[in-house]
Design a protein around this ligand. Sequence first.
Ligand SMILES: [Zn+2]
Ligand SMILES: [Zn+2]
Length: 236
Amino acid sequence: MKLQIVYDNQAEKDFKSGWGFACLVDERILFDTGEEPKSLLDNLARLGLEPTRIEAVVISHDHWDHTGGLWKLLQKRPGLPVYGCPGFSRGFKNKVALLGGRLIECAGYTEIEPNIAVSGEIMGEYKSAPLPEQALMVKTALGLALITGCSHPGIIQVVKTVRHQLPKEKIRIVLGGFHMKAMDQKDIDSIIETLQKLGVERIGPTHCTGQTAQKSFAQKFGKNFLTVRAGAEFTV
Ligand SMILES: [Zn+2]
Ligand SMILES: [Zn+2]
């Protein structure tokens, strides 16, 4: 199955960059939507993908840099299923309904289709307020590919939740935002060590992970470090 990064702070040649994240799974299921709708649509067009081909959108958490492109997509594709969490804001839920989206609130593990699922709500914190977030997982022959938005609950918490939900699956890949910008080196090293102990094989930190953490991941994971940016494509 193909994972295509369609929104990121960094971009490959001919792709637009912007603050936020979005990853397209199997050319049909969009995880997060970045900040600027135009950049998202331009990046999709660059890959030859019509937004009307998107069958479902998963929103990791209710932050502008992950929901920004959703509203334009809903206008282009009314009735689009949107996988969110019960704890998302009333404003978010109302807007999805107003634009004709079909909101599916995932309290816990929810299958979108046999090999694609969301973790459902994992509680995190942002600016001292509770913030629910979910991750997307794709089951492959080699293990799980796990895609995260900002990992506000902590990347370790996200990986542990998914391991608990699917204890038999190996964790082949984790990619997305890990929210490690403000961390010191000691905490960064400890998180990397824990992820390796949890059996994470390949890693693609991006977005809000922070450059210091990204460098450390690259060092510790070596050839299993993935460079994630808009335009990048991974087969899982
Ligand atoms: Zn973010
Ligand atoms: Zn966020």
